[in-house]
Write a protein that binds this ligand. Sequence first.
Ligand code: CP
Ligand code: NVA
Length: 303
Amino acid sequence: MKRDLITMLDVQDDILDILDLADRMKKERNKDHQPLKGKTLAMIFEKSSTRTRVSFEVGMIELGGFAVTLNSKDLQMGRGETVADTARVLSRYVSGIMYRAYEHSMVLELAKYATVPIINGLDNFEHPCQIMADLLTVKERFGRLSGIKMAYVGDGNNVCNSLMLGCSMVGMDISCGCPKGYEPDPGVVAKAKEIAWKRGSKLELMESPHQAAQGADVVYTDVWVSMGQEEESRMRQKVFNPYQVNAKLLSVANPRAIVMHCLPAHRGMEITDEVIDSERSVVLDQAENRLHAQKAILVTLMG
Ligand code: CP
Ligand code: NVA
């Protein structure tokens, strides 16, 4: 049976093993170990990408394989060929497919008809590869995950959904400070709460960014306007203005708190230059860890 990574829930049983593998892959980066020799990953992009595209491509090369980048507009899919047929055909050529999509349902549809593993490279609902890299980063900084307090401040979006699930799965507490009307998906909140309860950790939702950041070990934010929401920009900027991660907000966190952002950042909006360029910021480690975490995911799914 093939295995996919479409939601964080797909790694619920072995997330710590995958993170350990990522850690080892990072330490042994230059060793000549090519577990995916001769394998090919197709990468379909409906949206822009810097980190996802480059880290997956470099990751496949370092594992001995190869990656093919496909812009969805250039595929027949962009002219109406079904996702199901695209899945069936690509499965005859490649050993795995990474898909960056708008609709979560499209990723599920691709997975349903593909006979090779599907990896969600971000959709409107989740961004699991990002959160695997983020958890690896937290683990590096604190030497553990369980018991660390995460504060997520801003839009209850795809990153927030995956982060709530990921933190709950590894025993981290998470407080989300999101404006009314921009809370994370209630179904994901319920699921993450159930997992957190089993792990003895806590998930809280609140409107106040300061309350969320209070005593946090990690303060995480993401863009206010995600890809595909460009026409809501003005409205969103107004709503999210009080949610900026700046020195004042950080002053209520743990004095040794680190700051995270999945990037790309809109400096001066959700995060100030002062904060993102400070010693507390681990955004470049997060970006680098995309490579190591995804290599571990690729080996787990396609090895
Ligand atoms: N964080 C992230 O997914 O970055 P890209 O959009 O550049 O891939
Ligand atoms: N929430 C952002 C994440 C970008 C990596 C988006 O979906 O555009």
